[in-house]
Unconditional design. Structure first.
Length: 446
């Protein structure tokens, strides 16, 4: 009997873990809303790239749900990545720019820490680009590459451009180990692609420099490199999905694919670094247990919803830490894209005041988006549902809506930034170049 007891306990433990889903979160770097060959709006060719080939993402989309109105929490990578790890807007978190060291929430509230607190069986890993002072370990990751920066992704190995392939192999080893040991996992793959400097496999590059070689024809120079780099990233996504099949865990794994911020689209206004839809709207594809294949949602979602979503799938009934601003996508996903997301405060707020011509803030409420320039005091109002390209400023025709949305935006910023910082912003004294050069490898915050 003494010999049998440990074996029985192991079996019971593994049975208890069996239904806890794995979560694979794939984060591209700087990929625009229509930067893949998957139309973010089914039937709308302009919402996909005609040049880039991403067949594995096409397969993932066919097996899950596409979102037409998915937003990044910020238009640049550092702040966006902080927000999705902590479940708060960048202003509430007091992380409005890349030099922000003193967040208003403890790292114990992070995604991985919250998940492991809700279910101690989970193991978490983060591989790839990190870009913050706080270490992955402090945020609950059991395995990681540590504090990494953009330049760490510039590979010297022609067979491993942007380190995409070695990161993918590392992910495969982590997943294999968790399956072997009976642990559900959260794995964040923060690829360095498709951020410049562009790198791609020579054979992939050849296809886009030479359209007759089998590619879609990415054009010359940077455009061809970007097309090839995008296809290499897609190849790695395919390898991750095949590893899930090989380990026989695909049916119990939630797969989320998105980007940290947007970019130039040729359709949406603006790009990386500003608060137009181009800089904020990102591709989003989700596949997982109970999510109807080939489904689509036009309901707006945002990346700081991630913690609430992960907890809802992994540990139903557990609550996100106090102060979280995101809501769970689970009801929306399981309903085929019909049930709206419930958030503590149902609005999206963005703030970008450094390294930009016009320090600016924006708020989206329902189908309306208000954008305010602090230096010129110009206010723009757009009906995003009918004008996603933000071509028609309706501010003068809707003074009451401008006043109501502007008041909510002001209250949110004042509460998050503090009176002194908000006063500087309100007076238009924010320096356009106030984003100081960042240390290449900052010391971790104690």
């Amino acid at each position: 009997m003494k010999i049998l007891v440990p074996a029985i306990l192991v079996c019971l433990t593994q049975m208890a873990f069996a239904n806890a889903p794995n979560i694979l979160f794939i984060l591209a770097d700087d990929q625009s809303w229509n930067g893949t060959s998957v139309p973010m709006i089914p039937g709308d060719a302009s919402s996909a790239s005609r040049q880039f080939r991403t067949p594995n993402l096409e397969t993932l989309a066919a097996q899950g749900m596409i979102f037409s109105q998915a937003y990044a929490a910020h238009c640049k990578c550092e702040c966006s990545r902080a927000s999705l790890q902590m479940g708060r807007t960048t202003t509430t978190l007091n992380a409005p720019d890349k030099m922000s060291r003193y967040w208003s929430a403890p790292v114990t509230d992070s995604l991985a820490n919250s998940l492991k607190r809700a279910d101690s069986a989970y193991r978490a890993a983060h591989f790839g680009k990190w870009q913050w002072f706080h270490s992955p370990e402090s945020m609950g990751y059991d395995a990681s590459d540590g504090i990494t920066m953009n330049e760490d992704g510039n590979s010297t190995d022609p067979a491993d451009p942007k380190l995409s392939f070695s990161l993918t192999r590392k992910a495969g080893d982590f997943m294999t180990e968790q399956v072997r040991s009976g642990h559900p996992f959260f794995l964040q793959m923060s690829y360095y692609a498709v951020h410049p400097v562009g790198q791609a496999l020579p054979e992939t590059m050849a296809k886009y420099r030479n359209p007759g070689g089998g590619g879609a024809g990415g054009g010359r120079g940077d455009r061809a490199i970007l097309a090839a780099m995008t296809e290499d990233l897609d190849t790695c996504v395919g390898a991750l999905l095949r590893k899930l099949d090989e380990l026989k865990i695909a049916e119990n794994t939630l797969v989320i694919y998105t980007s940290d911020n947007g970019g130039r689209t040729g359709l949406l206004k603006g790009g990386k670094g500003d608060l137009g839809e181009g800089g904020l709207r990102v591709p989003l594809i989700v596949r997982g247990p109970g999510i109807p294949a080939g489904s689509f949602s036009h309901i707006p979602v945002i990346s700081y919803d991630l913690i609430a979503t992960v907890l809802d799938f992994a540990a139903p009934g557990s609550l996100p830490p106090s102060g979280q601003e995101g809501g769970s996508w689970k009801p929306l996903l399981l309903s085929g894209g019909k049930v709206p997301v419930k958030r503590p405060i149902d609005r999206f707020v963005w703030h970008q005041a450094v390294e930009i011509e016009h320090p600016q803030s924006a708020i989206r409420m329902g189908d309306w988006k208000l954008l305010h320039y602090w230096d010129t005091q110009e206010t723009q109002l757009y009906h995003i549902a009918t004008d996603p390209g933000e071509a028609e400023n309706l501010a003068s025709e809707n003074p009451d809506k401008v006043a109501a949305m502007g008041s909510q935006l002001t209250d949110h910023l004042r509460a998050g930034l503090g009176e002194a910082a908000f006063g500087t912003l309100e007076r238009g004294e924010m320096a356009r170049d106030s984003g100081r050069p960042r240390p290449k490898r900052p010391a971790p915050v104690p």
